[in-house]
Design a protein around this ligand. Sequence first.
Ligand code: DC
Length: 222
Amino acid sequence: MSKLSTSIPVIAIDGPSASGKGSVAELVAEALGFHYLDSGAIYRIVAYASQQQNIAWDHAAAIASLTSHLSIQFAQGEILLNGTNITSAVRSEEMGRGASEVAVHPAVRYALLDLQKQFRQSPGLVADGRDMASVVFPDAALKIFLTANVEVRAQRRFLQLRNRGLDAHLETILNDLQQRDFRDSQRSAAPLKQMLDALLLDTTERTIQEAVDFILNAYKKI
Ligand code: DC
């Protein structure tokens, strides 16, 4: 990390699964010409790589050591792991669950810290996840806590999966989101929570574009 990197502005967007923070963060990054970090994708990749190597998701030490051998590339919305395109595999509900399980371990989170910080490149970064404002970029220029009511999030995820031609059950999705919310917010290492200096952005009754405009306006004011 260069000394200068801390002067590069970061917009940290944290929130629960399926809140729409990924789509919003990407559009904000595009509007500002900033880089984008989808930190959830990194946890998903780790869950996927562990499964590939038959390492159980509760085996913290083995997973933490595996992270140092991963070569991850993000290119035009695609995710490459050691040269192989694993985009659709890591976007699955199974890897969402796996990510939430491997993310519980402090050793795994610590092992991924530098990798995430390296995304802070000029002219700026929009980073989304659970602990962007609290742990990875505590000096972020703008902190947003983006959330929505769990039923609305379940409905959005359901439509997303259906539109991709995948089999989806609303009840199962809702239960899964509730379990993930619980695990992500109750864990002791970097739990999901709104920081005191973060702005709350509830998208239950807002469109993606309205959420993007809210963030761009807030960024203009700082
Ligand atoms: O944002 P997502 O749904 O792709 O994230 C998948 C899981 O990864 C999420 O349930 C918890 C974990 N995660 C985390 O612990 N910290 C982050 N910064 C991002 C994701």
